[in-house]
Design a protein around this ligand. Structure first.
Ligand SMILES: [Zn+2]
Length: 460
């Protein structure tokens, strides 16, 4: 069990601030600051955190608004989710910026980074990025950044996309699920990594090996075990090995998306020890569910790579605990209900992707606390480390100078997920009717509860 440091004073020293110029003060008997849980008063001016004082000091400030949190509420930095498929434009009926960002805000996520595929056009050149930005600008209620895509033949678009402010590039090593976003071969991956290394960019990889999957049994049928056999751990293990090897050779920063196979953890840990510039994420569904419990025909649980066995899940938690896995992100990847093929329940035909944007914080927290983790761990995995991965030094933490993206979380309040009540565009999620702990009571973006989000560009 980790110790909860209740009531201790933060060690931060605030610069002098004219108290009558402060827009907002949040007084919290519990706040996650500097990797600890402390009592504090957080002051905001013009959307930025300008002072972090002792809890008692905050009451004396003449602020525009003073918010006093209840004793069962905890102030967290807004979460940063670097893996979200919004799908607009082109497949807006799957999910759009209005619905996705509203769901994110309700779930304590104040910044998302949108994936380059499933929208049409995919974000594989600057013109497509500009289209996305125009579409997202007026309807996003949380901050939105964008990934670019690396596909066959667009190596010359990577630097322009980087200069235009994408946070890095996503590629697949096997069919992505949509025709307009084809995978890279290993030689093409190496070429892209050499190019991206030339401007010290970041490549994020869907790491499943196409040859291994091609030799695996078919996914067809209603039994989850059949689907699991069609996406074996060996496919992830082989692809991750290839990505690490190419990162080692090219020096390019790489990130392994949605790690499911715990077999790969020792290899990743060894690469990190060797100084290979690799980071790793996993997702709530790999940490909350297990293959043994997925009912026949329940295609809302289909995603790639797949949810694996309970023993594998516990090893992923161990990987988070020891730092081999850096981050937890949703891989929110919804579709319309018809594409989940509930009529047949056939795992081979159904779209692969799990919708979880609004419930990820509560889902991860529920499972984490049962294993002895604290809210400081949640903040590290879902806010600070995700922000750091994409160079957002001023988000994902409550620090002087950072954006005042703040969340009030009631960690002990319980609820049961009702898919019909979620803001996700389509009423499909693997979390429907699951009992969770932790409710987001309110959130601020840049110190405001009513402002829209900003479109973010890479800062470095
Ligand atoms: Zn994804």
């Amino acid at each position: 069990m980790r110790l909860m440091l209740h009531g201790s004073r933060p060690s931060f020293r605030a610069p002098p601030v004219q108290s009558d110029s402060i827009d907002l003060v949040v007084r919290a008997s519990r706040a996650v600051i500097g990797g600890r849980e402390v009592a504090a008063s957080v002051s905001v001016v013009d959307g930025r955190i300008v002072a972090i004082d002792s809890y008692d000091a905050g009451g004396a400030v003449l602020a525009g608004t003073v918010v006093e949190l209840g004793s069962h509420e905890v102030l967290l930095p807004g979460l940063v989710d670097t893996h979200v498929h919004v799908n607009e434009p082109g497949r807006t009926e799957w999910e759009g910026f209005a619905s996705a960002t509203r769901a994110a805000a309700a779930g304590g996520i104040t910044t998302i980074v949108d994936m380059p595929l499933n929208s049409i056009p995919p974000t594989v050149d600057v013109a497509a990025l500009e289209i996305k930005r125009r579409v997202a600008a007026d309807q996003s209620v949380v901050n939105v950044g964008f990934w670019g895509g690396a596909v066959p033949g667009n190596v010359d678009q990577l630097r322009p996309l980087h200069d235009a402010g994408v946070f890095g590039f996503k590629c697949f090593l096997l069919a992505s699920g949509v025709d307009e976003f084809p995978p890279l071969t290993i030689p093409e991956l190496e070429k892209a990594l050499i190019e991206i290394a030339s401007f010290d960019g970041l490549m994020i990889v869907h790491a499943e090996n196409a040859e291994v999957i091609a030799e695996a049994p078919s996914a067809a049928g209603r039994e989850y075990s059949g689907f699991l056999e069609s996406r074996p751990r060996a496919a992830e293990n082989r692809a991750i090995e290839q990505v690490i090897e190419l990162s080692r050779r090219t020096g390019c920063r790489v990130h392994i998306l949605h790690l499911s196979s715990a077999d790969a953890l020792p290899m990743i840990a060894a690469a990190k020890r060797d100084g290979v510039r690799v980071t790793v994420e996993t997702c709530p569904h790999y940490l909350c569910f297990d293959a043994e419990a997925v009912p026949a025909g329940a295609t809302q649980f289909k995603c790639c790579p797949p949810i694996r066995e309970a023993g594998n899940r516990e090893l992923l938690w161990q990987g988070l605990s020891d730092g081999t896995i850096d981050t937890i992100v949703t891989d929110h990847s919804p579709c319309t209900p018809d594409l989940k093929r509930f009529d047949t329940g056939d795992f081979g035909d159904a779209w692969g992707g799990i919708a979880s944007l609004q419930v990820s914080l509560a889902a991860v927290w529920t499972e984490a606390r049962s294993r002895g983790f604290a809210l400081t761990d949640i903040v590290r995995w879902m806010a600070t480390n995700t922000a750091d991965q994409v160079g957002m030094a001023d988000r994902g933490r409550i620090e002087i100078g950072c954006a005042a993206d703040l969340v009030v979380f009631a960690p002990d309040e319980k609820f049961t997920v009702d898919v019909a009540q979620l803001y996700h565009r389509n009423p499909v999620t693997a979390y429907d009717r699951v009992g969770l702990s932790g409710v987001v009571r309110r959130s601020w973006i840049a110190g405001s509860e009513s402002s829209t989000g900003q479109l973010l560009r890479r800062q470095r």
